[in-house]
Ligand binder design. Sequence first.
Ligand code: PNS
Length: 174
Amino acid sequence: MGSVGSVTDTVRRAVCPGSYDPVTQGHLDVIVRAAAIHDEVVVAVLHNPAKAGTFTVPERIAFIERAVAARDVAGSVRVEAFAGRLLVDVCRDLDASVIVKGLRGSTDFEYELPMALMNRHLTGIETVFVPGDPALAHVSSSLVKEVARFGGDVSGLVPDEVRDALVERLRADG
Ligand code: PNS
């Protein structure tokens, strides 16, 4: 381990992976908190090219970049997209030593634990779980989309720009 200020100090780079279709305030809370405890955060937009999402990958990236730009941590966060790859391989290419995930509750934990164990099995990479903000425990991309599709107000659950785009997109899609 390098001493404080030593040139041998390594950058602690974390990856916040997800499909981000679209990014929610819950995601942003986790990204900002991950950035507060690491030197750098790469928000990895992982997508399946065979599956059309609600938003294109460039749209998802732009929503995240613009939302992060308004935060103090903007300088240490970047957003990149990856398709059809294992998360561990993405982390290796990015030279990231940690995966950060938010947990809204026990259902998230049940879903995330096998993935964290599998990822550690594959390359030894650790996953750090951040407890989600309880005020956002009900917020997911899929629920937000369902509410918006049927005319519900999702203000405060996603950035305003995303809310407006959701209304447009889901109305256009019928
Ligand atoms: O936002 P999501 O859909 O919950 O994100 C899930 C995601 C993209 C992080 C997860 O499906 C993933 O890591 N996919 C990459 C492929 C992979 O590595 N699969 C094995 C996980 S153990």
